[in-house]
Each structure stands twice: as C-alpha cells, then as structure tokens.
Design a protein around this ligand. Structure first.
Ligand code: 8X3
Length: 246
C-alpha cells in the first residue's frame, strides 16, 4: 500500500491516469488531477471526493500550468509524487501521412508538456524528501516499427530524459521510474483515429489488451517500494501481443 501522499497525475480524465487516481485515492492518498476536459474533471470530482483536486489545464499551456501549480491550496501543496501520464498518438501511416498539426500536438504533449510539469514540480518533490516521478512511456520506445516515427521517438525521449534526470536526482531523495505499457484498452486508440470508434475497436480485435488498472498496478508497485529501491523501468504488454504495432 502507498498512503498519505499527495500525487499529481496528468491526463487524469481517462485510461491509465484515471485508474491511477482511483487506486491512489482508494489507498488513502490525495490526488491533484490535471486534465483538459473540464466536464469530465467535474464528474471525477464528484466520484473521488475531497481527496481529489481537479486542475483543468492542457499540459501544453505552459504558463497556465505553472500558475496553477504555483497556487495549489495548502492541503494539496506538499506534492511528493508525480505521474506523468498525459500523452497521445495522432494519425496513422508514414511520416508524410501525418499532418504538421498532428506532429506538433504529439511533441507538445508528450515532450514539452512532460518537461513543463516536471520542471514546475521538481522543487516540491525535492523538498518533500520522498519524491518520486513515474513517467509513462510505451513499448513503442523500445521496438522499431514502420509508422512509429514521431510518437515512438517522443516516448524514447521520455525514457532517456527520465534516466538522465534520475542520475541528477541521486542524493536528492527523488526516485524515477519509466513504465512502458503495450496495447492498453483506453481512449488512446480513439484519439489515434480521430474519434472513429470502429477503427479504434479494431486495435483490440485479435488481442486481449492490458486494462488501465493493470498498468496502474505497475505504477503503484513502483511507488510503494522501500525508499532505498529505485525501479528504473517496467515494460508490460498483453500476453498475446507480438510487437508494438500488432
Ligand atoms: C502504444 C503501445 O502497443 O499500442 O503506446 O503500440 S502500442
């Protein structure tokens, strides 16, 4: 069990972020949940109660994000854990088949957003004396595949950035873990296919995907290790998944 911590979770309104928030609150933690969709955050606030603080913000809006994090209410200010979950894949096909806008959205969210949240919160994580950052990567960072280009490379950035940062944090009592899931049932595929539910469903037609709760369990396992243990990385995938694109 991990308990009595204040955890910031990005991309909290669905999928892995939501599963992490639910499990953390069930176990007696407070969660600051960052998400873009105000209405969903509101509903989530009703479900999760007073230990959940919704922060409506796009991780790409650096200024707003930093302002909101700088003015957290006192009962949520002592953040000791950060789960960098917000990330997306847009479009499908070769490099020239994705639009400039899709490329920018992926890099802004997966790279610049993650950097901004991390930089904004790092002083608090260090001050807490028991900091931990969990970055959600992907198996796409580990295996080359046609069509991976920007998304896979953005997740490779997440992994390499994280491990470099970890070395910098040695002695500062902030641990860092990369979690790299394979195919997970979530809105990820719906976003990838611009809201086309039928195409999104095809992603799971020949496979039993991971559930967001499976990945959340891996995240919480890393968080609850004794303070002298740093889990560097976890890779998990469905038992019947072959590679990152199958
Ligand atoms: C995406 C993982 O396996 O769907 O992050 O390509 S997979």
């Amino acid at each position: 069990m991990i308990t009595d911590e204040i955890v910031v979770v990005t991309g909290v309104t669905s999928g892995i972020g939501l599963a992490c928030a639910r499990q953390l609150i069930e176990q007696g933690n407070k969660v600051v949940g960052i998400g873009r969709r105000q209405e969903r955050l509101h509903i989530l606030g009703d479900e999760l109660g007073g230990n959940f603080l919704p922060l409506s913000c796009d991780v790409r809006d650096l200024q707003k994000l930093q302002e909101k994090l700088a003015s957290l209410p006192a009962e949520f200010a002592g953040v000791s854990k950060l789960i960098n979950n917000a990330g997306l894949l847009q479009g499908q096909g070769s490099l020239l088949e994705v639009s400039d806008e899709q490329v920018a959205t992926m890099l802004d969210t997966n790279v610049h957003g993650l950097l901004a949240v991390t930089r904004a919160l790092l002083p608090r994580l260090i001050d807490s004396g028991r900091g931990h950052i969990v970055n959600l990567s992907s198996i796409a960072a580990h295996y080359h595949y046609a069509g991976g280009h920007v998304y896979a490379a953005s997740k490779a950035f997440v992994e390499h950035f994280g491990q470099c940062l970890r070395t910098e944090l040695v002695g500062k009592r902030v641990r860092l873990t990369n979690v790299a899931p394979g195919k997970t049932r979530s809105e990820f595929t719906l976003v990838q296919h611009a809201g086309d539910q039928a195409r999104a469903n095809q992603a799971y037609s020949n496979i039993t995907p991971l559930e967001p709760e499976d990945v959340a369990e891996a995240v919480l396992w890393a968080l609850r290790q004794p303070v002298h243990v740093n889990i560097n990385s976890i890779e998990l995938m469905p038992a019947d998944q072959q590679l990152s694109y199958r």
